[in-house]
Design a protein around this ligand. Structure first.
Ligand code: SAM
Ligand code: SF4
Length: 334
């Protein structure tokens, strides 16, 4: 198992498939100037599947989420999903995506074994979308969402980040829209993971702000804590249910004590936390001449276990000495 010194067990693996993206969300990427990972440094499809196999068969991982950057930009995505779905024991497989291209690929991904998707959409207004993401692709995201639901990639979850002065007035509209379409909406507090290092605690929209805004139109009833488990989202029933809304309050209500995540970057580095400033290189171990076969698998598993053993108690966000990681969200894999 991937256990740490605080007794937490990581069973949920986040795999970043690329650091590239077709949007430029202001809270994640700059307009231009970001250095892409060099192609030879990226894990191949084969290497990704091998690492996921090791995680599932030797390390107790039961859930795999593909992310990025934009994972739909990875040409081998469907093949990777198919091979991961064939593993024994078969993990739950999900995808976090901006939805662009999903209209074309949702059915093939479902057929390959994808179970669920989270689609990121911060606004219902095409002009605000263009300002927030610096690209006019709002329509493509909506089409991707419908296709995901039609393909049975359910429950379809929608991730929204609210930014002051841009879309912070949209929380109730987003929730009414999500309820009408049977999508499960989750708001994510903006975190200091933008490439430009422009995050300010004073300027962010907090979980408290979001809930106050939602309560102007909806009655929210908290779900019992037992229902939450290690899920990052706190959830509320909307107007008595059955629809729910979630808030992932990584900044103002951190949930590190229940964290069950381990992360793999597109260039083969293990990260114990979104906010970790240290990484463990699995790519070097993968590509070393003596790490083929069973023995190699066990050596890689050992390095992975050791990395997770060193996971820190928390994100350190409240620590006055907090340092934002060098990699932006797009290169970590959110
Ligand atoms: N491109 C895909 C997408 O947007 O869903 C997957 C990668 S993206 C990094 C994953 C999630 O992280 C998205 O829901 C996005 O809104 C969120 N995200 C990115 N930067 C963030 C930040 N600084 N704070 C909070 N959430 C962020
Ligand atoms: Fe791309 Fe996702 Fe980052 Fe937006 S949040 S720039 S869609 S990786």
């Amino acid at each position: 198992m991937l256990i740490d010194t605080f007794g937490r067990v990581a069973t949920d693996l986040r795999v970043s498939l690329t650091d590239r993206c077709n949007l430029r969300c202001t809270y994640c990427m700059p307009e231009e100037g970001l250095q892409w990972l060099a192609r030879p440094d990226l894990l191949t499809d084969e290497e990704i599947v091998r690492l996921v196999r090791i995680a599932v068969t030797r390390l107790g991982v039961t859930e795999v989420r593909f992310t990025g950057g934009e994972p739909l930009l990875r040409p081998g995505l469907t093949g990777i999903v198919r091979r991961v779905a064939a593993l024994e024991p078969r993990p739950q497989i999900s995808l976090t995506t901006n939805g662009i291209g999903l209209a074309r690929t949702a059915t093939a991904l479902k057929d390959a074994g994808l179970d669920r998707v989270n689609v990121s959409l911060d606004t219902l207004r095409p002009d605000v979308f263009k300002t927030l993401t610096r690209r006019g692709r709002h329509h493509d995201v909506l089409a991707g969402l419908s296709a995901a639901a039609e393909a049975g990639l359910t429950p379809v979850k929608v991730n929204s980040v609210l930014m002051p002065g841009l879309n912070d007035d949209e929380a109730p509209d987003l929730l009414a829209w999500a309820v009408a379409h049977d999508y499960e909406l989750r708001f994510i507090e903006q975190m200091p993971l933008d490439a430009q290092h422009g995050w300010h605690r004073d300027g962010m929209i907090t979980a408290g702000d979001i809930l106050a805004s939602l309560r102007t139109r909806f009655e929210l009833t908290p779900e019992p804590d037992e229902a939450r488990g290690s899920a990052p989202a706190e959830r509320w029933l909307v107007d008595g249910g059955p629809h729910r809304v979630g808030v992932i309050a990584s900044v103002t209500r951190p949930f590190c004590a229940a964290c069950d995540r381990t992360r793999l970057t597109a260039d083969g580095q293990i990260r114990t936390c979104l906010f970790a400033t240290e990484e463990t290189d699995l790519r070097a171990a993968l590509r070393a001449p003596d790490t083929a076969g069973e023995q190699g698998d066990e050596e890689i598993a050992r390095i992975w276990r050791q990395a997770m053993w060193g996971k820190k108690a928390g994100s350190g966000l409240d620590d006055p000495t907090f340092l934002q990681p060098d990699r932006p969200m797009s290169a970590i894999g959110g």
